[in-house]
Design a protein around this ligand. Structure first.
Ligand code: 3HC
Length: 697
């Protein structure tokens, strides 16, 4: 037998066991092992029913993603699944953990399926820029009908075992946690009852029922909005529709063609890069895997504003009590009110129950007194960006908090070491930079100061996981990784408007690339005062920050969405940015004041200046060791700023454009625009000279 798949017999049940840690992915070895074990079972005269089951933490979690983009090695998965379906002896799949992608497709090739109640099933290929390519688009609709199959295949969302039972995807659910015993008992029952093989490909009821339905067009039009710019979700609909219009064998051929179109697309490459990058970032360079982690079972938050409130929610969501301290009762009441409103809204949308609203609110306490932080394990400061205020707060925390408590700041730009210098325990001070809205955005940029201890670094990475964020460890500098790049893009976006572009033109170029919103719509969301304060802070520190039309917005109290006017104007109850002639006038006046004659600016120039400026800055960030790897920067942008994952992140994107093309443009803008940040990064020059990419580092 193969090393990863073996065949044994228990009474009259032939047991095929996959054992390929960590997730039993369908590598070539597993595929050929499955075929060999199945053949063994066919020949074993004592075996009446065959059982497919997996060792370890999960049933097969899909194709082996590491094999994508390489030449396919026989046997192909569709053929393996077909062989299981062709078996003359009934085959049962017993599912635990997650049966995903090719894993679920293999189970659908079996004649019966039983799942532990804790198990989940799904076809998440779309999240990798693919569609199910081993019969999933043809077999799932035969069990679950068009609507459910389209939902699962176009979203990639997992379905719990009991729902899978209701949808007809599995035939039985077992409450135990012993998948092998449950599988054998179920197989035995089928053997005793003399149940015949039941091939999904031959089922026609659901196909007949949904043939000609308009559900396919409904999905297509919904995707126009939800999956703008993406290829695979639309191909998923085409493939599922083929199950209803074509005989099974032809439907399989159609699925293969569509699958290969997706497999060969750059979007697939980008999404697979993002998949592995997300997993890599948890392995921090230079931080040993066995670094001890401190227990964090209570948290303090300073500031009940938008950020502080959002941060607190993350902890309450996972059952960790949080104390929020504010300066004034009124601000505290307002903040707690907003948190409740956010939870109530989630409950209205059916995302959580009313009981969960109350349970989570019960975990959040407000106070005006720092003494409440005496016993907490972690405090996160989330007040506005002002160094003097932050230092005062940290000195106070140092005197109140117990030894071993982690003192974190949510600053988005300021020097962690200077903040830490206000305490006698700089080793316990760290940055935990959440992204707005903090209860939604998945990124947590953890910033190490020069004295932050390994234990504290490991703990904040573990905290990220605990609160279901993607933690990325970065170094200390103005703006860290994300905002340092964003500020350069922001400066260019502002300059482009100075020179003649409109804010909406700049934003459209960015949203056309795939960003969920442009630079200026984002500024309105975050608050125009945030950028204004940062620029003022820099001016106070003696830096040369050019005057800007955006400062004038702040001075006129056009602070963005919260005042219903910023770069754009907003209508009551809507977040849709509307271009405002008043702002156009303000920009016109500013140009006159500065003696600028506006010129026509092309979309290509906007794209290059907004994107290449970030790539050039990112190369400097890498060189300085602020980011450990290019992939860390990609993950920061995908999860912190909604950079489209199908482009793989800005560094992966840059590699596709070609670093030589980017360097030539950077050199041109350095000459023409002249700002210091256009100075070409030495690393970028080096990579171009060596004919290398960021991905080669
Ligand atoms: N292929 C190769 N490696 C995989 C893998 C896969 N399908 N799925 C997970 N891994 C690896 C991860 O990279 C990680 O490796 P590392 O330890 O070296 O970083 C390790 O397995 C553990 O993964 P996670 O850290 O993600 O573990 P979790 O327990 O958090 O999650 C999981 C487990 C739910 C299975 C999650 O890994 C997952 O969602 N995997 C991807 C599933 C998927 O997309 N399957 C479809 C593949 S495409 C397909 O099947 C095509 C077919 O239709 C032809």
């Amino acid at each position: 037998m193969s090393e990863v798949v073996n065949y044994t017999r228990e009474g009259n049940i032939g047991v095929i066991t996959v054992n390929y840690p960590p997730v039993n992915a369908l590598s070539q070895a597993v595929r050929s092992g499955l075929v060999a074990a199945l053949e063994h079972g066919q020949k074993d005269a004592e075996a009446k029913v065959l059982l497919l089951v997996c060792e370890g933490r999960t049933f097969i979690a899909g194709a082996d993603i590491r094999e994508f983009g390489k030449p396919m090695q026989e046997p192909g998965l569709p053929a393996v699944v077909e062989q299981f379906e062709n078996s003359d002896k009934p085959v049962v799949a017993a599912i635990h953990g997650t049966a995903l992608g090719g894993g679920l497709e293999t189970a659908l090739g079996c004649h019966y399926r039983i799942a532990l109640s804790s198990a989940k099933v799904g076809l998440p290929e779309v999240k990798l820029g693919l569609l199910p390519g081993a019969g999933g688009t043809q077999r799932l609709p035969r069990l679950a009908g068009a609507q459910k199959a389209l939902e699962m295949i176009t979203t990639g969302e997992f379905v719990a075992a009991k729902d899978a039972l209701a949808f007809g995807i599995v035939d039985a659910v077992d409450e135990s946690n012993d998948v092998k015993a449950a599988g054998i008992a179920y197989a035995q029952k089928l053997a005793d009852e003399g149940k015949p093989v039941r091939r999904v490909r031959d089922l026609t009821d659901r196909i007949e029922a949904d043939k000609g339905s308009d559900v396919f067009d409904q999905f297509r039009s919904a995707l126009q909005k939800k999956a703008r710019g993406q290829l695979s979700p639309f191909k998923c609909v085409d493939a599922v529709e083929a199950a209803f219009n074509l005989p099974f064998a032809e439907g399989m051929k159609r699925e293969r063609e569509l699958f290969m179109e997706c497999m060969d697309s750059p979007q697939r490459a980008g999404l697979v890069h993002a998949f592995f990058a997300e997993r890599q970032v948890s392995k921090v360079k230079g931080l040993p895997k066995d670094t001890p982690v401190r227990d964090v079972s209570s948290v303090g938050v300073i500031g009940a504003g938008t950020m502080g409130g959002g941060i607190a929610m993350n902890f309450a969501n996972v059952g960790i009590p949080v104390t929020i301290v504010e300066m004034k009762q009124e601000a505290l009441d307002k903040g707690l009110g907003i948190i409740r409103k956010n939870y109530e809204n989630s409950a209205k949308k059916g995302r959580i129950t009313q009981k969960q609203v109350e349970d989570r609110m019960a975990l959040i306490t407000g106070s005006l007194n720092y003494d409440e932080f005496k016993n907490v394990d972690l405090v996160i400061e989330a007040v506005f960006e002002n160094m003097a205020v932050k230092k005062e707060i940290f000195a106070k925390l140092d005197s109140v908090c117990k030894p071993g408590a982690i003192l974190a700041t949510n600053t988005s730009t300021l020097d962690i070491d200077e903040i830490a210098s206000a305490t006698n325990r700089p080793e316990d001070v760290v940055g935990m930079h959440f992204f707005s809205p903090a209860n939604v955005m998945k990124l947590l940029e953890n910033v190490r100061g020069s004295k932050t201890s390994d234990e504290v670094k490991a703990t904040v990475m573990a905290v990220a996981k605990k609160i279901k964020k993607v933690g990325v460890m970065v170094g200390n500098c103005h703006g860290f990784v994300g905002n340092r790049m964003l500020h350069k893009r922001g400066a260019e976006a502002m300059a482009l408007v100075n020179e003649g572009a409109t804010p909406q033109q700049v934003d459209k170029v960015l949203t056309d690339l795939g960003y969920p919103m442009g630079q200026f719509a984002m500024a309105d969301l975050a608050g125009i005062d945030v950028g204004y304060r940062i620029r003022e802070e820099m001016r106070n520190a003696g830096e040369d920050v050019a005057p800007s039309w955006m400062d004038k917005l702040a001075e006129q109290n056009r602070l963005g969405q919260k005042t219903m006017a910023g770069v754009y104007k907003y209508e009551e109850g809507s977040r849709k940015p509307i271009p405002d002639p008043e702002v156009e006038r303000l920009i016109g006046d500013f140009r006159k004041e500065q003696g600028i004659t506006p010129r026509e600016i092309t979309d290509q120039e906007i794209l290059e200046r907004c994107m290449y400026v970030m790539v050039n800055e990112a190369a400097k960030i890498l060189e300085e060791g602020i980011a450990d790897r290019a992939l860390d920067i990609d993950v920061v942008w995908i999860y912190g700023y909604g950079f489209p994952a199908y482009l793989g992140g800005p560094m992966f994107w840059a590699d596709q454009i070609g670093l030589d093309v980017i360097l030539a443009a950077v050199e041109k803008y350095h000459r023409e625009v002249g700002a210091d940040y256009w100075e070409p990064a030495p690393l970028l020059k080096q990579l171009v000279a060596d004919g290398k990419k960021f991905g080669d580092l």
